[in-house]
Ligand binder design. Sequence first.
Ligand code: URP
Ligand code: ZN
Ligand code: ZN
Length: 463
Amino acid sequence: MSILIRGGRVITGTDDYVADVLVEGETVTTIGRGLNADADRVIDAAGKYVLPGCIDPHTHLDMPFGGTVTIDDFESGHTSAAFGGTTCHVDFCIQGQGQTFGEALATWHAKADGKALIDYGFHIAVTDLLAGGTLEELASLPEQGITSYKLFMAYKNVLQVDDQTLFQAMQVAAGSGALVMVHAENGDAIDVLVREALARGETAPIHHALTRPPELEGEATNRAIQLARIAGSPLYVVHVTCKEAVEPIARARALGWYVWGETCTQYFFKSIDDLAKPDFEGAKYVYSPPARDASNHAVLWDAVRTDALSAISTDHCAFLWDGQKTLGADDFTKIPNGGPGLEDRLVMIHHFGVNEGRIGLNRMVDLLATQPAKLFGLYPRKGTIAPGADADIVIFDPAKEHTLSAATHHSKADYNLYEGTSVTGAVDVTMVRGNVIVENGELVAEPGVGQFVKRARFGEALA
Ligand code: URP
Ligand code: ZN
Ligand code: ZN
C-alpha cells in the first residue's frame, strides 16, 4: 500500500516547508514538491500541518494502583491516544513486590498483546531489588529493548524505593546504557505530613496538595541529580511541576550534566485551587505531584521554551471519578492518584502554546515527538518525518475548532480535565507505520495493528 500526502506543511522539530510525502508500506520513502508518484491513495493535505506522530513517554494503562486498576487498557488507551495524534507511547511496567523483572514484563506484554492500535514500549519500574529482580537482571533488560528504569522516590510502602536502591539502579544504568527516570518527591517527609493531617481530621482532596509541598519535589529532584552525577548515569525527571524542581534541573543542564526533565499538560493549566472544588470534585485533580500554585504555569512555559525541560508527556493514569476516585470520599489518601489526558496533549499545547505565542511550532513538535524519541531510543525511526522513518504521521487542521469534553473523548474516564475548553486546531488523520488509524472522526483500524518497539540504548539510534 502506498499513500501520497499531497501539499501539506511538513513540520518537524527543526523544519517547516510545504511538500508531498510519499509513504510506501510502513515507511516514508520520498519527500518533495510535486511528486509524480502513482500511489494507491492520495490524501490532500493543503492548508494542513503534516506532523510526526506524537510520542508519549509517560502513561499508565491497565495498571493496578491505589486499590484499583486504571480504567484505560491498551485498547481504549490507544484509541484515545490515536484520536489525540499520539502514535507511540512508553508505558510503565511495574515490578510487583517479589517479582522478577521478567515476570513483570510478561504481565505487561500480555496486557498489550492483541489490543494495541499504536506502537508502544515499556519502561521498567523498579520497586524491589531484594526479593525480586536482581541487579544482573536489571542490567540485561536493554537487550530486550527496555532501555529506561523508573524509580519512585515517593508512595511510601507502595512503590517507593530507598536511596540505596535508587543509587544501585543508577550504577547499573551507567553500565547498561539505560536512562534512569525518577518520580521526585520526598516520600518519607510526605508520609509524616499526611499522618499529621489525618490526625487533625483533614480528609478532603485539597489536603493531598497541602501535604506534598513543592519544596519536597525540589529536594528529591536535587537529590536524584546529585546521586546520578556520582553514579554516572543519565537522569530524566518525570512530571516536573514547579520552580523548586525546574531550578535544579536547569542548573544541572547549564553545567552540561546528563539531566533532562519533562512536565505534563495538566501542570500548565491546573492549580491547587482545582483540588479545593466542592462536592468532592477536587478528587478529579488528585495526582502526584499535585497541581501547584498558578504562578508555576509561567515557570513551566518558560522552562519548555528554554529547554530547561525537554518533553511534555501526559502521565495518563485515568480513573473513574464515580466509583474509583470516590474510594477516597472520606480520606484523601485513599483517592487513587492520577488523571486522564492522553488525547488532549497535542490540541492543548497547540492552542495555548503555539496559537497564544508561548512556543513555536517546531518547538511543539520537538517537545511532543522529537525529544521523547531521542531520549527514549526511538529516533530516527520515530519522532520525525524523513525518508526511511516509520510513517507515523498526523495530519493536523490548524483552523478547526472544537471543545474538549468527556462526552466526546475516547478514554473510558468519566471526566475530562479540560471539560468545556475550546481550542483551535484538531487531528484530521493519524497514521501508524503507514496504517491509517483515525480519519473523519472515526477509528478505522483493528486492535493488533500496534507493535512493541525494542528501543535503542540511551544515546543510540534505532535502526
Ligand atoms: O498521580 C500520578 N501521577 N499517578 C501515576 C503514577 C505516577 O506517579 O506517575
Ligand atoms: Zn510519578
Ligand atoms: Zn506517572
